[in-house]
Design a protein around this ligand. Structure first.
Ligand code: ATP
Ligand code: MG
Ligand code: MG
Ligand code: MG
Length: 561
């Protein structure tokens, strides 16, 4: 590609709103431009790198037998109401009305659409398992869109969904996806870790995030210095904007013996219905108390009381308040004590309800242990209380902290969506069963930014080979010199015939400008046609190492491959 024919608007100045390297550099090097807060256009170079990441993803998805399709971004509200997420996704879900005042959501993710589709089209065990994926724009009205491509409001995601007749089949695909994700991020050149994650608003059980290690990452990873244990310490979304703590509160009666609880105790509390029919559980974590309220298997919520000793004058919430806090889950939870709620989460409780629950491991931390499952899966919940230097949860080494950028996320959803949306199949015996699902996301545009975070220096981007927009940057020092001009033109043709992709800076700019732009743009190898053109020599610079040497054009082939 000739520089003069494409659009690479490089900037000398750092954009005022850019705080981090990837944002600054992708704008300065002419890869992206902001169209609105958290909404970006990909210019020709940006589009090329995005496509390179997508190609790696496609290859690895195809390899595990996932098949590509494309779903609409515009989705009927009814589907989101069916899953309940119309009510509990919150303001992040972009909502629009059509001319008939019918409600729609702009796809923040596609569980609803795909579950409905597969439920309608697949009726027999013979068609399972089935895994589909798409690469598509997602919309989320993030509270704080920032950091350029890292947290956008419109961004590119690869999302895959798998459908199974058994949990064994799901486990199998989950493992394959886990390996595919590792391959993808390794091929992108990234230094990353797979960590145990919080299943948050998505629901589901086993879940891992893929974290690119970076100081500017918004997540904190707790990992062991002596084993492969690594987990995100993030808490579930805090939803307390309208809830004020009651300063004058007195002890809540239910807690008569704060302190250690064994699994046996936990089970007993779970069996103790409250007056209104809810099951409840209260236990101590450090100086804080956690109250669990639930009824039914899936729709369970945890309510954390900031300080149980201040937690009296507790009033029953009104139906409307409950709906606002708990969204669609409210129906099966029933009235809750709402006065001092400050965190709503359902994942931790789900693990308790499922029977793999916890006890105080020491005086300090409450850790979920699960007797008959992989311990790590449930450990994440209490990691929010963990400190650097603590013993780690799998008994090996001590806890260290690192910052990470979440680039991928894999979930075992189970049958939460299939149940709600209605995706069933006939098994071998002709009996109706509910499908079991997994979902697997990668932030494609975020991955791109994460790569720049790990691959840059003070002069610009330093692309890993697999992602770079072009293989080679061909520069002419002075295109007015006939020798230089002719050699550049013929090299441009020859290199492309040899299947190199080439960005050819044919502009009539000063060499200094071209060199600076070249470092900024960050292609792996720069070839400069200059003073020694007549002898057939060009200067070669390796962007990553800064290594610079003259090379005869007859040796280029060998040197470049
Ligand atoms: P985060 O915790 O950063 O808000 P998430 O957990 O909400 O991300 P998921 O629902 O797991 O995101 O979506 C799958 C992937 O999509 C994430 O792992 C991330 O790489 C990407 N992603 C999510 N939100 C954004 C965003 N606002 N901008 C760019 N990429 C995003
Ligand atoms: Mg999010
Ligand atoms: Mg997350
Ligand atoms: Mg996530």
């Amino acid at each position: 590609m000739r520089h003069s024919q494409t659009l690479i608007p490089t900037l000398k100045e750092v954009p005022a709103d850019a705080e981090i390297a990837s944002h600054k550099l992708l704008v300065r090097a002419g890869y992206i431009r902001q169209t609105a807060a958290g909404v970006y256009s990909f210019l020709p170079l940006g589009n090329r790198v995005l496509k390179h990441v997508e190609e790696i993803i496609r290859e690895e998805m195809d390899r595990v037998g996932a098949v590509e399709m494309l779903m609409p971004a515009l989705q009927p509200a009814d589907l989101w109401k069916q899953s309940g997420r119309w009510y509990n996704f919150g303001a992040e879900l972009m909502r629009v009305n059509d001319r008939h005042e019918r409600q729609f959501a702009l796809g923040a993710t596609h569980e609803e659409v795909i579950t409905k589709l597969i439920g309608d089209e697949v009726k027999s065990y013979k068609r399972l398992p089935l895994t589909v994926y798409q690469i598509q724009s997602k919309f989320r009205d993030e509270k704080r869109p920032r950091f350029g491509l890292l947290r956008g409001r419109e961004f590119t995601m690869k999302d895959a969904y798998s459908f199974h007749q058994s949990t064994e089949s799901l486990d199998d695909m989950y493992d394959k996806m886990f390996r595919a994700y590792s391959n993808i991020f390794r091929r992108c050149g990234l230094d990353f870790r797979a960590v145990i994650a919080d299943s948050g608003a998505m629901g589901g059980k086993d879940t891992h995030e893929f974290m690119v290690l970076s100081e500017i990452g918004e997540d904190t990873i707790a990992y062991s210095d002596h084993s492969s244990f690594a987990a995100n310490i993030e808490m579930a979304p805090v939803n307390n904007e309208y809830l004020q703590p009651n300063e004058e509160a007195k002890p809540l009666e239910l807690i008569d013996t704060p302190g250690r609880y064994t699994m046996h105790d936990v089970a007993q509390y779970l069996d103790q219905p409250l007056a209104n029919g809810m099951k409840s559980l209260l236990f101590k974590v450090d100086e804080e108390f956690v109250l669990v309220l639930s009824r039914g298997d899936h729709d369970i919520n945890e309510v954390k009381l900031k300080n149980a000793y201040q937690a009296t004058n507790v009033e029953m919430a009104t139906e409307a308040e409950i709906n606002e806090v708990l969204g669609a889950n409210a129906g099966s939870v029933g009235p809750v004590h709402i006065d001092q709620i400050d965190v709503i989460a359902d994942h931790a409780v789900r693990s308790i309800m499922n029977g793999y629950c916890g006890a105080n491991q020491d005086d300090k931390h409450f850790i979920n242990v699960c007797p008959d499952r992989d311990f790590k899966v449930n450990a994440y919940y209490d990691l929010r209380f963990i400190q650097e230097g603590d013993p780690s949860p799998d008994g090996q080494g001590t806890i260290q902290f690192a910052r990470g950028i979440e680039v991928g996320h894999v979930f075992k959803l189970g049958n939460i969506y299939a149940d709600k949306i209605g995706a069933g199949f006939l098994n071998e015996q002709g009996k109706q069963e509910t499908m079991t699902m997994g979902c697997y996301g990668i932030g494609v545009s975020r991955t791109l930014a994460a790569i720049v975070e790990q691959f840059h220096d003070e002069d610009g981007i330093v692309w890993p080979k697999a992602i770079a927009p072009y293989d080679l940057h061909l520069l002419t020092m002075n295109p007015k010199h006939q020798d230089q001009f002719e050699l550049s033109e013929s090299l441009y043709q020859q290199l492309q015939q040899k299947r190199f992709s080439v960005l050819y800076d044919d502009r009539k700019e000063r060499p200094g400008v071209k060199f600076a732009d070249s470092d900024l743009i960050g292609l792996p190898v720069r070839l400069t046609v200059g003073k020694r053109a007549q002898e057939g020599y060009v200067e070669c610079k390796v962007r990553a190492t800064g290594e610079q040497f003259d090379i005869h054009i007859s040796e280029l082939d060998e040197k470049l491959t």
